[in-house]
Design a binder for this molecule. Structure first.
Ligand code: AMP
Ligand code: MN
Ligand code: MN
Length: 315
């Protein structure tokens, strides 16, 4: 067994799982899966994320366990779905002086942990956690199956990206056998639009810009727009898929102004185009078809730089 939960729980006193900022279903689901695994071997661990779990995901079992601040010294820290320590955002912890482990699937994962478990061939971190739970013969309850399914579902773009492989479907099938409920998760995570999100969808799509003969689609959400429509930053999630669904579009780019005036960039691409390379050029990362980065500077410069870089990858 590669990761023995019982052994870890007796070897270390204070264990934490930390996930990336702006947490997605995979980060959240994988951490809850680990929380469950440890609790089944009698160990209470902490889950850390530098921001509140988005309201959209907060129906998932275990999301109330997350803490946004570090209140104790940990002697073992697991970075889940987190390819680089900078991705934890404002979690303030001296992780260099503790034993660390990674459970991750990002291609761009840096080798920063004492015990790396990085499998870029896996569509989601939740599948790696599913393997760990099964290897440790932990009972997977329907609640936990839903959390893991939610992560697999979000990271495969609802089973539509190239990482929706036979393995992704067989793991989804396993999770259904453990009690996951795809129709409920699909509606809550992919279909439901909270509050004024539908207005943001209308606004962004009617202002969609095209470049490179329609191969690159681009839209921008300023702080002013988000405030005017009374939507939070999480309302932007999923809108980019509409841009990518336009005929001939190969790369979609969404830029959102954050409260600190930096620009949070999301990138999506159709098969064969590795949009993570565009993100990596700007110090970000992600997966072949879904990646992101954060940029500073003037909006017009940011936009031009992104479009120029993306144009190198269109075919
Ligand atoms: P998003 O567009 O925010 O849904 O992110 C898509 C993918 O890119 C996710 O797998 C993220 O983990 C990754 N990603 C987003 N932003 C960054 C960043 N600043 N640095 C590295 N990876 C990122
Ligand atoms: Mn993630
Ligand atoms: Mn992931």
């Amino acid at each position: 067994m590669k990761i023995n939960l019982k052994e870890l729980s007796t070897k270390y006193d204070n264990i934490a799982v930390v996930i990336h900022t702006r947490p997605d279903g995979d980060a959240i689901g994988s951490a809850i899966g680990l929380y469950h695994g440890f609790s089944m071997v009698g160990k209470e661990i902490d889950l850390l994320c530098d921001m509140e779990i988005p309201r959209k995901m907060s129906f998932l079992y275990g999301t109330d366990k997350f803490k946004t601040t570090v209140e104790k010294k940990y002697d073992f820290v697991i970075f889940s779905d987190c390819g680089d320590p900078s991705r934890v955002g404002n979690i303030d912890m001296d992780w260099r002086s503790t034993k660390t482990m990674c459970i991750d699937h990002h291609q761009s994962s840096t080798n920063f942990c004492d015990i790396p478990n990085v499998d870029p061939s896996s569509a989601s971190t939740c599948q790696l956690v599913l393997d760990i739970l099964e290897e440790n013969q932990i009972e997977i309850t329907p609640d936990v199956a839903n959390c893991l399914y939610a992560g697999l579902m979000t990271d495969t773009g609802n089973f539509s990206h190239t990482n929706a492989t036979a393995k992704a479907f067989s793991d989804a099938s396993k999770l259904c056998n453990y009690g996951a409920c795809p129709n409920v998760l699909n509606r809550r995570i992919f279909k439901l639009m909270e509050g004024n999100k539908i207005k943001l969808l209308g606004n962004t799509m009617s202002n969609l810009k095209f470049f490179e003969d329609g191969r690159v689609a681009f839209f921008y959400m300023s702080l002013e727009l988000l405030e005017k429509l009374e939507v939070g930053s999480s309302a932007s999630e999923g809108l980019i898929d509409f841009a990518l669904s336009v005929e001939n579009v190969q790369i979609a780019i969404a830029v959102m102004q954050s409260a600190d005036k930096t620009f949070k960039v999301s990138l999506r691409s159709i098969s064969d185009i590795e949009v993570n390379r565009v993100a990596e050029h700007f110090g970000g990362g992600g997966h072949k078809q879904a990646a992101g980065c954060t940029l500073n500077g003037y909006y017009e410069d940011v936009k031009d730089k992104l479009i120029r870089q993306a144009s190198f990858y269109t075919i």
